[in-house]
Design a protein around this ligand. Structure first.
Ligand code: SAM
Length: 276
């Protein structure tokens, strides 16, 4: 990697107008054999050629332009700059994640959490992942933790990859996927552990999580929080809603995942809940 940037600069300095070489992206994300490149507007007229050079020097099949993640399904909408095939298999922590990088998020900043989840799960316990995605957080629990997992994903497109990933990682015997809104999931009083890997409106799903939880359970509760409300939030809101539903809540641990927006952080709190 030390040699990649000078090589790219060397090739493009012969082709780009003066001054633009300095604006070339110095950081990028590689997921499987797809590259996500943040590109300054000044480079717009040259984006195709720039992407081609990055692809060839780094050795990837497709280059996407980094954009926003939005909507209920937390979808990416990344422009294809080079290549065309945006489906890839990314290997991390000995887990295979197949996904369409142009449409489905896979955040490198969440790697610590994916690795941590592989360690907290225990063999035999039942985990319900309420926002499964492609199995980002629950595949590690099934593969490395030996947990039994129920993974719920609402987006039909993302769901297809979740099902494929369960097979790719050979955990069909202990991981089952449901393509539905988690609020329609019928299970009650079943989970030892619940994953709530979502942001912005996660608190709206706390009553449903408590319904799925056993009388005593651990919930990995993610949400986005304005910095001025930390560290009281997001736990205070969780505890208030839990008490309204007959549960007591105890904070076990709290971690910052990443910056979500200026002054707003994506945080995860491990909460032990128990019925009063
Ligand atoms: N949990 C993963 C992580 O933290 O890396 C990523 C999951 S992604 C941010 C959230 C997923 O939840 C999306 O795939 C979205 O489609 C799904 N989702 C959103 N609302 C849902 C709902 N009500 N029921 C089930 N899945 C939902």
């Amino acid at each position: 990697t030390q040699l990649i940037k000078p090589r790219i600069r060397e090739i493009l300095s012969r082709e780009l107008p003066e001054g633009l070489v300095e604006l070339l992206p110095k950081h990028w994300v590689q997921i499987g054999d797809v590259l996500i490149l943040p590109l300054r507007p000044e480079l717009e007229p040259y984006k195709g050629r720039i992407a081609e050079v990055y692809a060839q020097v780094i050795g990837v099949k497709t280059v996407l332009r980094k954009g926003r993640i939005s909507g209920e399904f937390r979808e990416t909408n990344y422009e294809v700059l080079y290549g065309g095939d945006t489906v890839t298999v990314h290997v991390e922590n000995r887990i295979k994640y197949k996904l369409d990088v142009a449409r489905i998020m896979f955040s490198p900043a969440n790697v610590k959490e994916r690795v941590r989840m592989a360690k907290v799960a225990k063999p035999g316990e039942l985990v319900v992942d309420m926002f499964a995605g492609i199995g980002h957080l629950s595949l590690p629990m099934a593969v490395h933790g030996g947990a039994r997992v129920i993974a719920i994903e609402k987006s039909p497109y993302t769901f297809q990859f979740l099902v494929e990933n369960i097979e790719l990682n050979r955990v069909q015997d202990r991981m089952t996927a449901y393509n539905m809104d988690n609020r329609d999931f019928p299970g009650e009083n079943i989970a030892d552990r619940i994953l709530m890997g979502y942001v912005v409106t996660t608190h709206e799903f706390i009553p449903k999580a408590l319904q799925i939880a056993k009388d005593e359970a651990v919930i990995h509760y993610h949400n986005t929080v304005p910095e001025r409300l930390m560290p009281a939030e997001p736990f205070e809101t969780f505890r208030r809603i839990a008490r309204e539903h007959g549960y007591e809540a105890e904070k076990l641990n709290e971690l910052i995942i990443k910056r979500y927006a200026p002054g707003v952080w994506h945080v995860v709190v491990d909460v032990r809940v128990f019925k009063n």
